[in-house]
Design a binder for this molecule. Structure first.
Ligand SMILES: [Zn+2]
Ligand SMILES: [Zn+2]
Length: 397
């Protein structure tokens, strides 16, 4: 009896130990998750994958003190970590380096210095750092970014020494970028034009037809131009959006920077290059997405969970949960026999939140029934001023 008692006490001890270990592991997991959340306080959340591609958050245009920016290169890496970005490119102006006098001599005057200084921090933080430059000519032709350059110093020899921004040197400069295997896009096409309108200048038309320009910034900083989204689609170019940050990036909680969302085969620099060449990207700015329907529709459906219930009368309830950092502004277009109880004819599902709406069914709810409700998601724009048309599937059990 005593033996059994001792035995059962031992068993009890072992079980308690297992329980304590499980509890400790649980708290360890919880605390490691919450500390990860602390580091990425303002993470921009999107589905990890769509259509078999990795969804990568990228900003391909920003400056440092090595041109006219205000920050040291590694600050750009820290900012990217805070928002959970995948890739950045530091693209200092080749032609405009107002602080060069203070830089001293030798290595610090190299156009490759910002990339070199940020490389180690980026690798440690898991941020893909893409070498880039901003080619900065007078308007027209204007400014262009070249990404994946091999040697940023090689551009200097293509400048007019008396006037580095001389636009007549643009072809030679872009040819240098092309020779280095770079991806070239046109920046902020409305810059320094009359009325800040984007103009498809004759020189731009030539550079496009000669195969230099492969993409355009649909958004620069917080300015979106629907005219450019039209050009992207009619001229088959890559859709780009960037901050063009000169100052430190200061965001409030829940606020996010402008970025290009790239659909890449792998989370690597090479895959991003391939995806940009194949035009697999969309733009994000200020709670809006801009780009082709096939991408926007997938992002929307992979971000939400739809729940439907009904009571014994004909009242139904639709709840939409949103796991992404983009709020969805949904307008009911074709509601079949359902009458939704909204004043505005739609609902907004907040980022990382949910919204419920009541409706009345003019028919009986049948078990296993599916009702397809046509909606427009107004802040996901598939063409200039045109929201995404899609279908919500409501299931009843
Ligand atoms: Zn610029
Ligand atoms: Zn710039």
């Amino acid at each position: 009896m005593a033996r059994t008692l001792v035995g059962s006490n031992n068993l009890f001890d072992i079980m308690m130990k297992i329980k304590l270990t499980i509890t400790a592991l649980f708290f360890l997991l919880i605390s490691s998750t919450s500390s990860a959340q602390e580091i990425r306080k303002n993470e921009f959340r999107l589905p990890d994958e769509i259509l078999g591609f990795k969804v990568l958050k990228c900003d391909f245009h920003m400056h440092t003190i090595f041109s006219d920016g205000m920050v040291w290169p590694i600050v750009r890496v820290d900012e990217a970590v805070a928002e959970g970005l995948d890739a950045i490119s530091i693209t200092d102006h080749i032609e405009f380096r107002p602080r060069l006098k203070e830089m001293g001599a030798g290595d610090s005057t190299s156009m490759n210095i910002a990339y070199r200084l940020a490389t180690r921090a980026a690798a440690a933080a898991g941020i893909i750092l893409i070498p880039g430059v901003e080619i900065t000519k007078e308007v027209p032709p204007g400014h262009f970014n070249a990404l994946f350059v091999k040697d940023a110093d090689a551009f200097a020899k293509h400048m007019n020494p008396k006037n580095p921004r001389d636009g007549s040197y643009i072809r030679a400069t872009l040819q240098e970028a092309k020779n280095q295997g770079a991806f070239i896009f046109w920046n902020h096409p409305w810059y320094q034009t009359q009325n800040n309108e984007s103009i498809w200048f004759p020189v731009i038309d030539s550079l496009y037809k000669e195969g230099y320009i492969k993409g355009i910034e649909v958004v620069n900083a917080t300015k979106y131009d629907p005219v450019i989204l039209g050009w992207i689609q009619s001229k088959n170019l890559t859709n780009i959006a960037n901050t063009d940050a000169h100052s430190p990036i200061n965001l409030r909680e829940g606020e996010h920077r402008t970025m290009t969302i790239v659909f890449a085969k792998e989370r690597t620099s090479e895959s991003i290059h391939e995806a940009l060449k194949e035009k697999r990207s969309i733009s994000y700015c200020n709670d809006h997405l801009y780009g082709d329907k096939k991408y926007l529709e997938e992002i929307f459906h992979k971000s939400i969970v739809i729940e439907t219930t009904h009571d014994i009368s004909n009242n139904g309830y639709l709840t939409i949960l949103n796991n992404s950092s983009i709020p969805f502004s949904i307008k009911f277009i074709d509601t079949k026999n359902l009458k939704f109880k909204t004043f505005s004819g739609g609902i907004t599902v907040p980022m990382k939140g949910e919204t419920a709406v009541k409706f009345i069914n003019n028919n009986e709810f049948k078990k296993g029934e599916e009702i397809l409700v046509g909606v427009e998601v107004e802040n996901l724009e598939v063409a200039p001023d045109k929201g995404l048309s899609t279908v919500l599937i409501l299931k009843f059990n």
